[in-house]
Write a protein that binds this ligand. Structure first.
Ligand SMILES: [Zn+2]
Length: 428
């Protein structure tokens, strides 16, 4: 198969020959076999998400491994890490193998289950991390995401434990006492709206503690969904020490701010903007963009969090927290980072493919598009602008904050080890 006329990382037009699921040749004027017209699209290594909620088992009304990986493929992803806060919780070898097998069976996108750090995410007892690492799913990323491992002793033990198999603990940094009943970012707007504030310090205090713990035991820490300028400063300091710390930011924290809760096209108090961690201020957004550009933040991760309509379209205080994100991630990153000149396509390939693959220890993902690499490739047309239509999503859920917004770019095709999962923007 030949993928004709694409621009690898936005470079000069070339053709890519794919054979047996591997990039065989990159050059011009290649002929022979089946030809797919790339129409001058930007070719990126298949995107890798470190932070996806697939909801299966337990909340198949919100998402399943099938619909979640269809959504991922449409967003240009060839691998996702599936968070552990399912029902039952992914805290045993049995559950992570079940999720991993479903991903393999559907073959749309590699599914790498994240193992829970504590049994039942209850923060009291370490889960069987070693058994999950040794399972067929070969778990390397562990997280209680949705909840913070707030107990410092448990966090220390988890960091120590994962060293044995080169694992990483991904922390959802949220000091629980400082965020009891918290509804949105603590600031001017929360005061005006009378909603309980979620102070930046609740995130920053945990990140600072965990950086110190990771350094103390010589282990690997990953910080989920960084949302404040102060967190960026702490990470910059910790990285300057040479500590083994990585961090992610979501697309929505790169674009949206807390004033949307007060005033938006969707009206005030619209729970579509309710998310954990909360949308912050313009100054935080600017700091997050700069940190992603300079590498202080390593990765863009979606925190794709599907919820059924009845859990979102309710009053603010009762609504579930979270947004879907897989099918809009690349467009939002283009808007926030490419069109602003903060990153080029090589930078996007690093933050959305190479770096997350490295953190998750995925050998076959995040590789440059060159002979010998698995043919995991995303073709993206940055030249179009389209209105986001949630009814067109492959995801089972529609809780996107971008409905009706015009965003740049479109995923044209996705290839998983040479097999098209998306062609002409549609599931293949
Ligand atoms: Zn989280």
């Amino acid at each position: 198969m030949i993928i004709h006329n694409v621009r690898i990382l936005g470079g000069e037009p070339v053709d890519i020959r794919v054979a047996d699921g591997v990039v065989a040749e990159v050059g011009t004027g290649l002929t022979g076999g089946e030809v797919i017209d790339g129409q001058g699209a930007v070719a990126l290594p298949g995107l890798v998400d470190l932070h996806t909620h697939l909801r299966e088992p337990g909340r198949e009304d919100a998402e399943t491994v099938l619909t979640g990986t269809q959504s991922a493929a449409r967003g240009g992803y060839t691998a996702v890490h599936a968070m552990a806060n399912t029902s039952p919780v992914a805290d045993t070898a049995g559950v992570v193998e079940q999720v991993w097998r479903l991903g393999r069976e559907y073959g749309l996108c590699d599914v790498h289950p994240v193992g829970a750090v504590t049994v039942g995410l209850d923060g009291r007892q370490l889960a069987e991390l070693g058994a999950m690492a040794d399972s067929a799913a070969r778990v390397r990323v562990f997280s209680d995401d949705g909840k913070c491992v707030s107990d410092a002793v448990l966090m220390r033990r988890a960091l120590e434990y994962v060293k044995a198999f080169d694992g990483v603990v991904a922390q959802h940094a949220q000091e629980p006492r400082l965020t009891e009943g918290a509804q949105m970012n603590e600031g001017v707007i929360s005061g005006r709206l009378g909603l309980t504030g979620w102070p930046a310090v609740a995130e920053e205090a945990i990140i600072a503690r965990d950086c110190l713990l990771a350094a103390h035991v010589g282990s690997r820490l990953h910080v989920c969904h960084v949302s404040t300028a102060g967190s960026v400063e702490i990470l910059r300091w910790a990285k300057s020490k040479g500590w083994n710390i990585t961090a992610e930011v979501t697309p929505h924290h790169l674009l949206l701010t807390d004033d949307l809760v007060e005033e938006s096209p969707a009206g005030a108090y619209n729970p579509i903007y309710k998310v954990n961690p909360p949308l912050r201020t313009r100054a935080d957004v600017e700091a997050l963009r700069a940190a992603l550009a300079d590498g202080t933040i390593d990765v863009v991760a979606t925190d794709h969090a599907p919820h059924p309509v009845e859990d979102k379209e309710t009053e603010w205080s009762a609504a579930a927290m979270g947004m879907v994100g897989l099918e809009t991630a690349l467009s939002v990153v283009q808007e926030a980072m490419i069109d602003t000149g903060l990153l080029d396509w090589a930078g996007v390939a690093d933050r959305m493919s190479a770096a997350p693959a490295r953190i998750g220890r995925l050998a076959g993902q995040g590789r440059p598009i060159e002979p010998g690499s698995p043919a995991n490739i995303t073709l993206y047309d940055p030249s179009v602008r389209t209105e986001v239509d949630p009814s067109a999503f492959a995801s089972k859920s529609r809780n996107t904050p971008y409905a009706g917004m015009t965003l740049p770019g479109r995923v044209v095709a996705t290839f998983l080890r040479g097999k098209p999962t998306v062609l002409e923007g549609k599931l293949a």
